[in-house]
Design a protein around this ligand. Structure first.
Ligand SMILES: NC(=O)c1ccc[n+]([C@@H]2O[C@H](COP(=O)([O-])OP(=O)(O)OC[C@H]3O[C@@H](n4cnc5c(N)ncnc54)[C@H](OP(=O)(O)O)[C@@H]3O)[C@@H](O)[C@H]2O)c1
Length: 348
């Protein structure tokens, strides 16, 4: 499966020194068909050796080759085939626009372009058909975004339920890890021994992005899904892994067994041989105390969403808990998988 020489695609990482940027580096080192050719960050970091300026936060060592690379400015003059963006949302928009105008294909984690009408907001297993929106982008390059980290966990769990039973309404309460705020993120005095019941813009993102992702592709736009959704977001003192307590009302009557069967069978990318795609995107854990961030966030290298505590309230009303690794499936891993799908479709 490993490609050789010219068949390898060169990729640049924007925001390479941040928490999501570091995940990109971790997941892309030894990738069978992407190789890192450029690391870019702010002007403060540009011109310096990566190992000199990064605060490395991952529990695997920084790859030697990456540590030696000189960090570049985020300017569209890179020698690369694809750009992965992990820039802060408040500055990503214009920088990503410059890359797209200059002919680069950008896979972005930032919120700036997620809700643009001609931009796919994509989770490869959930709405691959939305990729067709790029045909309506008038630039020589293209942009494909991935959703907010909590939204990814929620939507992945809802997708098989929606396809089989329909969804009338959803209420989600999140317990989000501190790494979700980037580095240095939340001050330790604010979060230790504490829960903060507010994360700026997070509730709005979950409520709007979910309807776009679960909406229907209609030639040049998405018809947003029509269900009621409420979200309440909390920051909790967990390092990685966002937990979601979900209430869902289905349109058709169903039962716990049928829902678990739908979650476990969910594997739309089967047969595509994509290196980052997990065999089981959704894993149902029947043990009462599951899922837990510490124990389950790294299932399938952090690419599976784990679901547990599914309880039937009435014929159409259920509650469950879902867990998503926020910097892997919720960010870098989702973007890389989108890149793999795109690359394999381009090849055909
Ligand atoms: N953390 C998560 O769990 C998560 C999940 C999903 C999506 N996201 C999204 O992913 C993006 C990155 O998040 P993060 O958590 O990795 O943030 P972060 O740790 O704060 O990292 C930000 C990165 O952006 C660079 N940067 C800052 N200002 C810049 C500028 N003016 N020009 C160029 N580069 C600049 C920083 O470089 P310097 O080191 O040089 O300042 C750093 O590399 C955000 O849009 C975030 O919303 C994050």
């Amino acid at each position: 499966m490993v490609r050789e020489g010219d068949l390898m695609k060169k990729v640049a990482i924007l925001g390479a020194t941040g928490l999501v940027g570091q995940r990109f580096i971790q997941l892309l080192s030894n990738h069978p068909f992407f190789e890192i050719s450029v690391l870019a960050a702010s002007d403060n970091s540009a011109g310096k050796r990566y190992s000199q300026i990064v605060q490395w936060h991952l529990d695997t060592p920084m790859p030697d080759k990456v540590g030696q690379m000189e960090v570049q400015r985020c300017e569209p003059n890179f020698d690369c085939d694809y750009v992965f963006s992990a820039l802060p949302s408040d500055i990503a928009g214009p920088i990503e626009d410059e890359f797209v105008k200059s002919g680069y294909t950008v896979f972005s984690n930032a919120a700036s372009h997620r809700m643009d009408e001609d931009v796919p907001l994509m989770i490869a297993e959930v709405n691959l058909d939305h990729l067709n929106l790029i045909d309506h982008q008038k630039t020589s390059g293209k942009i494909i975004t991935n959703p907010n980290c909590s939204t990814i966990g929620l939507v992945m769990a809802l997708k098989p339920i929606m396809d089989r039973f329909g969804v009338e309404q959803v209420h989600v309460v999140t317990m989000q890890a501190i790494s979700g705020a980037g580095y240095p993120g939340v001050a330790s005095l604010d979060i230790l021994d504490n829960v903060i019941p507010y994360i700026k813009n997070e509730e709005e993102k979950i409520m709007t992005e979910s309807k776009k992702i679960l909406g229907k592709f209609k030639a040049d736009h998405i018809d947003f899904a029509d269900f009621d959704i409420q979200a309440q977001c909390n920051r909790v003192p967990v390092q990685d892994g966002h937990m979601l307590s979900v209430f869902v009302e289905t349109i058709q009557k169903t039962c716990v067994e049928e829902i678990i069967e739908s979650l476990e069978r969910f594997c739309p990318l089967k047969g595509m041989n994509l290196p980052t795609a997990p065999d089981r995107p959704l894993i149902y854990l029947s043990e009462q105390r599951s899922p837990q961030p510490k124990l389950h966030r790294n299932l399938a290298n952090g690419m599976s969403v784990s679901v547990g505590r599914l309880v039937q309230i009435s014929q159409k009303r259920f509650r469950f808990v879902a867990l998503v690794h926020n910097t892997i499936r919720g960010a870098a891993g989702c973007a890389i998988l989108n890149g793999e799908v795109y690359e394999s479709l381009m090849e055909r």
